[in-house]
Design a binder for this molecule. Structure first.
Ligand SMILES: [Zn+2]
Length: 165
């Protein structure tokens, strides 16, 4: 996963899907039982999402160089700037329970609250632990939210302030 990918992979659904699916799934379980398919769908939701592509493109256009989804770091940050020791997470508002009154994307579904509430609470707790681990290792963290990226304003300024010159 070392090489930088850019907008060339956008617009090609198949390429995006294949990039999002771990090797063993693409080779062995592509046509599998529903459990595999839903697992694949959950992978697709969490990587190479549209908001993440927006940020990758923007950061790239600002001439910063980064790596993707560093597996050796807690929480596999979406963008990693090793030289600067900084990471960016691009969080989906629903999955990561965005706690902001302006956010319209983080509302709990009306049905199956007893299913979603503990699931989302676990994700939030995991996020918090990963952030603690990263900070303890000296990494700076920027969390960008899906709704913030959709609004769009001020993103470049925020990124350059975080990443520095
Ligand atoms: Zn949000």
């Amino acid at each position: 996963m070392g090489a930088m990918r850019n907008s060339k992979s956008r617009g090609c659904l198949v390429a995006t899907l294949l990039l999002a699916i771990p090797f063993e799934v693409t080779t062995k379980n592509m046509i599998g039982p529903p459990t595999h398919r839903s697992w694949i769908m959950s992978r697709i939701r969490s990587t190479d999402t549209a908001p993440e592509m927006v940020i990758r493109k923007l950061v790239h256009s600002m001439s910063y160089r980064y790596r993707l989804h560093a597996k050796d770091l807690p929480g596999k940050p979406d963008l990693v700037f090793r030289g600067r020791r900084k990471v960016i997470f691009v969080n989906g508002c629903f999955w990561h329970s965005h706690d902001d009154e302006r956010c319209r994307l983080s509302k709990l579904p009306k049905s199956r609250i007893d299913y979603w509430q503990p699931k989302l609470a676990r994700t939030k707790e995991r996020d918090r632990k990963n952030e603690e681990l990263l900070m303890a290792r000296g990494w700076d963290i920027l969390v960008l939210w899906e709704c913030q990226i959709k609004r769009g304003s001020g993103l470049a300024k925020l990124l350059s302030e975080f990443l520095g010159s």
